[in-house]
Ligand binder design. Structure first.
Ligand code: SF4
Length: 338
């Protein structure tokens, strides 16, 4: 991305012999007005616009397809090496939220997810993740959608398996001279990589940590999320408790309700037992049908939620949008389905 970091900003200023304020104007066009064309930067001289357009790109990636429906937009983004990922803009009343991918594919193998069987191709750099955010902001502006105010790192990939790039991205998303999105408006979702949760805690960021639990005991969790064999639930909950102690931020536990698998009263009681006394929120999610995946959406959502509430847990039901365009939770993949 153009002038993404201080080093590159200074190099462009030196190469073009430009005063810093002039380059800051360009950066303002790109990161505040989401202008993708140097020729639209009306307070620059035509000579400078020519030079910028001949030497630089605003982004290295491109939106190669877009699908709209159900209050959301799914963008297919291609990077220069040919790798493709999906990213989603979710529309709400006063703002939009960008659901970003952190890897091309995913190694976690969750059995309910469209990405799971595809495996991991590679991780995305901090800059590549930022380009997704820029494309979302640009698309929202050009198409008169509500501006992007929130980020959820819940797209393709396991963010904590790409720890340094994701942390670097959060810094850039938050930087006032770049996207300026408050840390409290950023949510990072993970399957629960314990050592990375503890490492993240030490950074004392203001972001929300969302842990995909999806089962109240290790035996069931191992069946639907194979990676969890490495991370027993008790260790994950202990790491989250530490995260809250260090950061002051309450952890959210995501729980995808699958008909006849994890949605019975006994599962709710077990979940309540696991999380008893924890300062947390349980976010119940309705399952979105994925081709080739045999799970079905639960019909037991209301009573599951009531049982958790009776046990004293804060439990909400996440509004699911994007189902019409296969952009809902677990439906993203490395390319648009044929
Ligand atoms: S749900 Fe998330 S962590 Fe699990 S396979 Fe899909 S993308 Fe990876």
């Amino acid at each position: 991305m153009f002038a993404y970091d201080t080093r590159r900003f200074q190099k462009i200023a030196t190469d073009l012999d430009l005063p810093a304020f002039r380059l800051a104007q360009v950066r303002h066009w790109i990161y505040k007005s989401f202008t993708g064309d140097f020729y639209e930067m009306s307070n620059l001289s035509s000579g400078l616009r020519d030079i910028l357009a001949s030497k630089y790109y605003v982004t290295n990636s491109h939106v190669v397809a877009a699908k709209t429906g159900d209050g959301s937009v799914k963008l297919l983004i291609q990077y220069p090496d040919g790798a493709k990922i999906e990213t989603v803009i979710m529309g709400y009343r006063d703002w939009s939220s960008a659901c970003l991918s952190t890897q091309v594919g995913c190694a976690m193998g969750c059995t309910f997810c469209a990405t799971g069987p595809m495996g991991l191709e590679r991780s995305l750099t901090s800059e590549e993740i930022a380009e997704q955010l820029w494309h979302c902001c640009h698309y929202a502006k050009v198409n008169s959608l509500k501006p992007i105010r929130n980020i959820v790192l819940m797209g393709i990939g396991e963010p904590l398996a790409n720890y340094h790039n994701v942390v670097g991205f959060i810094g850039k998303a938050n930087a006032p001279e770049l996207f300026g999105i408050g840390q409290r408006r950023i949510t990072l979702s993970t399957v629960g990589l314990v050592s990375q949760i503890l490492e993240l805690a030490q950074l004392k960021l203001g972001i929300t940590l969302a842990v995909s639990l999806h089962a109240p005991n290790d035996k069931l969790r191992n069946q639907i999320m194979p990676i969890s064999c490495k991370y027993p639930l008790q260790e994950i909950v202990a790491a989250c408790r530490k995260y809250t102690e260090v950061t002051g931020r309450r952890v959210t536990y995501e729980y995808l309700l699958l008909e006849g698998i994890n949605d019975q009263g006994s599962h709710a009681s077990e979940l309540a037992g696991l999380l008893r006394g924890e300062n947390c929120l349980v976010n119940l999610i309705t399952f979105n049908q994925v081709p080739g995946v045999s799970f079905r959406p639960s019909t037991n959502v209301g009573s599951f939620q009531r049982r958790l509430a009776q046990a004293g847990l804060n439990a909400t039901l996440r509004r699911s949008i994007g189902q019409e365009i296969d952009a809902a939770c677990g439906q993203l993949r490395k390319g648009f389905p044929e």
